[in-house]
Design a protein around this ligand. Structure first.
Ligand code: SF4
Length: 283
């Protein structure tokens, strides 16, 4: 197998277009930075910083605060972090003609879901216990971490989980997606992705039963349970990718030309043979 491990995001890429993953993993082609990468990196940074700062937010909550005050404290913190993340990335936003107010709005929709959930949980805990500040923080569950890395040499797999909620007796990983939400369940590539994270967490000794797909634009959470079928699907995909990399045989151009129309690697891809061939030596 080629150097390195399979990334969980490679599984989705393989489902989307095997050839594209081959171009990246075997021929080391890189997609130029594009608008969706910039949007994604701002979203991830914002989530990460918001989670890291939550302890400071809760420490500010005093005995006299009511639910509206707690919400205000959360909103101020999230808003400051989002504005700062946007400010730091202004150069990239200008490069891709993304308006700062538009990216603020988009991320704020997802943030509001978080703010409401946390505000309600804290108000309820405060009412029940009378705690404030540090006592409140110590008793607050779930605790939340963002961008948590896992890897397993045995599985040849690694990945970064968007968000993990740590309850007193349970741990639940979340994958946060923008874009459309299916009428029922989750999109197949999303199920594989969260399944892979569940397996990686289980490999590292964490007991997990389910993961959650959070469709942030729609404000909808969908559960994905780790069962033997999902486990097989993930492991089979990893095997297929490892075999593809080892065989060094360029996969055929994908059937759906709409995918090609939006593909940043199309120019280089179309210069190569259209049907399977070992192109590594001459490349
Ligand atoms: S141009 Fe089409 S076949 Fe080639 S990598 Fe992109 S999506 Fe795949």
């Amino acid at each position: 197998m080629a150097e390195g491990m399979i990334n969980v995001t490679d599984l989705s890429e393989y489902i989307y277009c095997q050839r594209k993953l081959f171009l990246k993993k075997v021929l080391f082609m890189r997609e130029p930075q594009n608008e969706s990468m910039v949007r994604g990196s701002i979203k991830h940074k914002f989530n990460e910083e918001s989670c890291l700062n939550e302890k400071n937010v809760v420490l500010r909550i005093q005995r006299e605060h009511e639910i509206k005050d707690i919400k205000e404290i959360y909103e101020k913190s999230y808003s400051d972090i989002l504005k700062n993340t946007i400010k730091i990335n202004m150069g990239l936003l200008n490069q891709f003609n993304i308006k700062p107010e538009e990216i603020f709005e988009k991320n704020w929709i997802g943030a509001l879901q978080d703010i409401d959930e946390r505000t309600n949980a804290i108000a309820e805990l405060k009412k029940r216990t009378g705690f404030s500040s540090m006592d409140l923080w110590k008793s607050l569950f779930p605790k939340i971490k963002a961008e948590v890395k896992f890897e397993s040499k045995a599985m040849k797999l690694k990945g970064i989980v968007d968000r993990i909620e740590y309850f007193e007796d349970d741990i639940v990983p979340f994958e946060i997606k923008t874009g459309s939400c299916p009428r029922e369940g989750v999109w197949p590539s999303h199920s594989v992705q969260i399944g892979a994270y569940l397996l990686l967490m289980r490999e590292s000794g964490i007991k997990v039963k389910k993961g959650v797909l959070r469709y942030s634009d729609a404000g909808i959470d969908r559960d994905v349970v780790l069962n033997q079928f999902l486990e097989m699907e993930v492991l089979n995909l990893v095997d297929k990718i490892v075999n593809m990399i080892d065989a060094k045989e360029l996969p055929a151009i994908c059937d759906n030309r709409n995918k090609c129309a939006n593909c940043a690697l199309r120019g280089k891809c179309y210069e190569l043979p259209a049907t399977p061939e070992n192109v590594v030596e001459e490349y």
